[in-house]
Design a protein around this ligand. Structure first.
Ligand code: DX5
Ligand code: ZN
Length: 235
């Protein structure tokens, strides 16, 4: 069964504790925490004080997505601030810089992830394959929530799935960006095991229903319509 990781970027920060409770009670597996530096992406978001506060508040697995340049400068501090998994972008530093960041995350006793922007080829992950517990395929340009899913990322997911299976690697595949009940099923069919969703989870009060729809355990109207005009059995 796929894991659902609500992204708190779409939460109401004035009521963050209650927002976390609502997704936890709704069945969220992980909590996704987006960090932006205004350089790697043209936006700023969350940092250490909020991560520490979230860590003190919940025992949910914290999936920290660093959209920052030269992440090796800060990975240890994110581990110490409560992350369970820290993901760095392949594009954010030299190959050596990324490898040492990944190794530092693991040496801190945490899981290490590698993210690929939409324009980065699937095989950019290969040099790091021994050093990662998760590969994150971005299905929007990183930096903002609420964008549309890029269906042309599905072949990239499929190639990574085949490679991980072929080598028998114990590495999760995650997708992030534009996930809703329709795109969730496409991503899962292409091999994604962890689905990040921000706006789709937080846009309605009934978080349990949103999460169940993403997981595919509850049918909604959109499922009945299929994808792109195709009936459900062909979509
Ligand atoms: C975008 C972030 C995402 C974002 C997803 O750069 O990495 O995690 O919160 O938001 P939605 O699900 O709204 O596309
Ligand atoms: Zn993210």
């Amino acid at each position: 069964m796929v894991k659902i990781a609500p992204s708190i970027l779409a939460a109401d920060f004035a009521r963050l504790g209650a927002e976390i409770d609502s997704v936890r009670e709704g069945g969220a597996d992980w909590l996704h925490f987006d960090v932006m530096d205004g350089l790697f992406v043209p936006n700023l978001s969350l940092g250490f004080p909020i991560l520490e506060a979230v860590r003190n508040y919940t025992d949910l697995f914290l999936d920290v997505h660093l959209m920052i340049r030269e992440p090796g400068r800060y990975v240890r501090r994110f581990c110490e601030s409560g992350a369970d998994l820290v993901t760095v972008h392949a594009e954010a530093d030299t190959e050596g810089g990324i490898r040492s960041a990944l190794r530092e995350i693991r040496s801190a006793g945490k899981k290490a992830g590698l993210a690929l922007k939409p324009g980065t080829a699937w095989d950019a992950a290969l040099p790091f394959i021994e050093d990662v517990d998760l590969i994150l395929v971005m299905t929007v340009e990183p930096g903002f929530g609420g964008q549309s899913f890029m269906a042309n990322m599905l072949p990239k997911l499929g190639l990574l799935r085949e490679t991980l299976d072929e080598f028998g690697l114990d590495c999760l595949l995650e997708v992030d960006g534009g996930i809703n009940s329709l795109t969730a099923s496409l991503a899962a069919a292409s091999g994604a095991q962890v689905l990040v969703a921000g706006s789709d989870v937080f846009r309605e009060a009934d978080r349990k229903s949103r999460i169940e729809q993403l997981r595919g355990t509850k049918k909604d109207d959109a499922d009945q319509e299929g994808v792109g005009g195709l009936p459900p059995e062909e979509a």
